[in-house]
Write a protein that binds this ligand. Structure first.
Ligand code: PLP
Length: 403
C-alpha cells in the first residue's frame, strides 16, 4: 500500500464523515428538506420520521429510550445545558456541584459561570494517570450537592474514568451524575444504566458524523431529571431545547451511532494494536520518552507522549506532513502548557514536550511506522540543536490540541 501524505493522526480533535453517514444525510438537504416541526404536510412528516429514526439509533448505542435524547448543536451546548440546566432547576435543593480538574472547558467554564452566580463547585484533582478516585467524589459530596459531572474519557490523555463506581456512589447519595462522554461514545461500550449516568453529552464529529450536531441524554425515570432550558423559543424537543432541528445533521448523527455500534468491537481491538505498535516503536527508537495518561484504562486510539528535551511545538512544525497535536493550551493562542497535563502533575517543561496522537478508522500500520521513523529522526535532530545551543522554539501556536 502506498502511503498518502499528509497523515491524519488527530482523531481526538475531529473525524472525517464516514461515506455511509454522508449518503444517509444527502437527501435531507434538497429533496427531504422539510421542517420536522411542520405537522400538516408530507415534507414535515418525512423530516420528523427521519429525526425519530435517528433518536432511536442514538438510544440504541447508549442504552436509553429515544425520548430521553435531546438534540443540540454539539457537546459544548450539551454540557452547558446539562450543568446549568440542572443547577437552575435544582436551586431549591442545593447549590453545590462536583467535577474534576481535567474536564473539557465546556464543563469547567459552565461551572465557573455558576460560581459567579453563587453556586459552589469542587474540582477534584485526578491521579497522575488522570483517574478520578471515586472515594474523592464520595468525600466531596455534601448535603447541598445537586450534580456530579465526570467525563467518560479525557480528550488529551485518553484516560477512561471509573464511572460505574462513581455512578454507584451518586445513586446511593441520590445525586445526579452527568458525563461528558464525547470521546468515549462509539469507541468503547457505553450504557447509561450500567454506568449510572443521568445526563450524557455526545457529539457527532468525534465519531465520523458531521460537525455542529450533538445530543444530551436526559434520564426520564428513576429519577426523572429536571432541567431548565437554556434556549427559549418554539418549545422544540419537549421544551428542553428550542430551535428548528438540524435534520441532515441529526440523520448523520443517527447513522454514525448505528455504524459505530456495528464496528466498535473490532475497530477498538485494531486501534489498540496500532497504538501499541506506535508506542513500542517510539520506545524502541527514542530514549527519554514518557507516556501520559493511564496505560490500560485509556481510549483505544489515543496516545500522549512527552519527548523529554524537545519542544512539542517545534516537533509539530518539523512534522508538517503528520497531523497531530501538542500538549499546549487547547483553544487559546497562549503558550501555556495544557491544563490537563498540569492537573495530573506533569512539570511545565515536560508538558511542553508532549504530543497527542489520535488514531482512527483510516489509520494503517504503514502510517504508524512512518510516524515512528519521522519522530525518531526529528527528535534526534531537535535534541542535537538544543544541546548545540540553538533555539528550539519554532512557534506555531495555531497547531495546538483542539477538542
Ligand atoms: N467535550 C470533550 C471531551 C471534547 O473533546 C469536545 C471536543 O471538542 C467537546 C466537549 C466539545 O464538543 P463540540 O465540538 O461538539 O462542541
Amino acid at each position: 500500500m502506498t502511503l498518502k501524505l499528509p497523515i491524519y493522526m488527530d482523531h481526538n480533535a475531529t473525524t472525517p464523515v464516514a461515506p455511509e453517514v454522508f449518503e444517509a444525510m444527502r437527501p435531507y438537504f434538497m429533496e427531504q428538506f422539510g421542517n420536522a416541526a411542520s405537522r400538516n404536510h408530507p415534507f414535515g412528516w418525512a423530516a420528523e420520521a427521519a429525526v425519530e429514526a435517528a433518536r432511536a439509533q442514538i438510544a440504541q448505542l447508549i442504552g436509553c429510550k429515544p425520548i430521553e435524547i435531546v438534540f443540540t448543536s454539539g457537546a459544548t451546548e450539551s454540557d452547558n445545558l446539562a450543568i446549568k440546566g440542572v443547577a437552575y432547576a435544582c436551586r431549591e435543593k442545593g447549590n453545590h456541584l462536583v467535577t474534576c480538574q481535567i474536564e473539557h472547558h465546556a464543563v469547567l467554564d459552565s461551572c465557573k459561570r455558576l460560581e459567579k452566580e453563587g453556586f459552589q463547585v469542587t474540582y477534584i484533582r485526578p491521579t497522575r494517570c488522570g483517574l478520578v478516585d471515586p472515594e474523592d467524589v464520595a468525600k466531596a459530596i455534601t448535603g447541598k450537592t445537586i450534580l456530579v459531572s465526570v467525563m467518560l474519557a479525557n480528550n488529551e490523555i485518553g484516560t477512561i474514568q471509573p464511572l460505574e463506581k462513581i455512578g454507584r456512589i451518586c445513586k446511593e447519595r441520590e445525586i445526579l451524575l452527568h458525563s461528558d462522554a464525547v470521546q468515549g461514545v462509539g469507541k468503547v461500550p457505553v450504557n447509561v444504566d450500567t454506568l449510572g449516568i443521568d445526563l450524557l453529552s455526545l457529539t457527532a464529529h468525534k465519531m465520523y458524523g458531521p460537525k455542529g450536531i450533538g445530543a444530551l441524554y436526559v434520564r426520564m425515570g428513576n429519577p426523572r431529571v429536571k432541567l431548565t432550558a437554556q434556549m427559549d423559543g418554539g418549545g422544540h424537543e419537549k421544551g428542553r431545547r428550542s430551535g428548528t432541528l438540524n435534520v441532515p445533521g441529526i440523520v448523520g448523527l443517527g447513522k454514525a451511532c448505528e455504524l459505530a455500534g456495528q464496528v466498535m468491537a473490532d475497530e477498538a481491538e485494531r486501534l489498540r494494536r496500532l497504538r501499541e505498535r506506535l508506542w513500542a516503536g517510539i520506545q524502541a527508537r527514542i530514549d527519554r520518552v514518557h507516556l501520559n495518561g493511564h496505560a490500560r484504562f485509556r481510549l483505544p486510539g489515543n496516545l500522549n507522549v512527552s519527548f523529554e528535551g524537545v519542544d512539542g511545538e517545534s516537533l509539530l512544525m518539523s512534522l508538517k506532513e503528520v497531523a497531530v497535536s501538542s500538549g499546549s493550551a487547547c483553544t487559546s493562542a497562549s503558550m501555556e502548557p495544557s491544563y490537563v497535563l498540569k492537573a495530573v502533575g506533569i512539570a511545565k517543561t515536560l508538558a511542553h514536550t508532549s504530543i497527542r496522537f489520535g488514531l482512527g478508522r483510516a489509520t494503517s500500520e504503514e502510517e504508524v511506522d512512518y510516524v515512528v521513523e519521522r519522530l525518531a529522526e526529528q527528535v534526534v535532530r531537535l535534541r542535537a540543536m538544543q544541546t548545540g545551543g540553538y533555539g528550539v522554539h519554532a512557534g506555531g501556536a495555531d497547531r495546538k490540541a483542539a477538542g
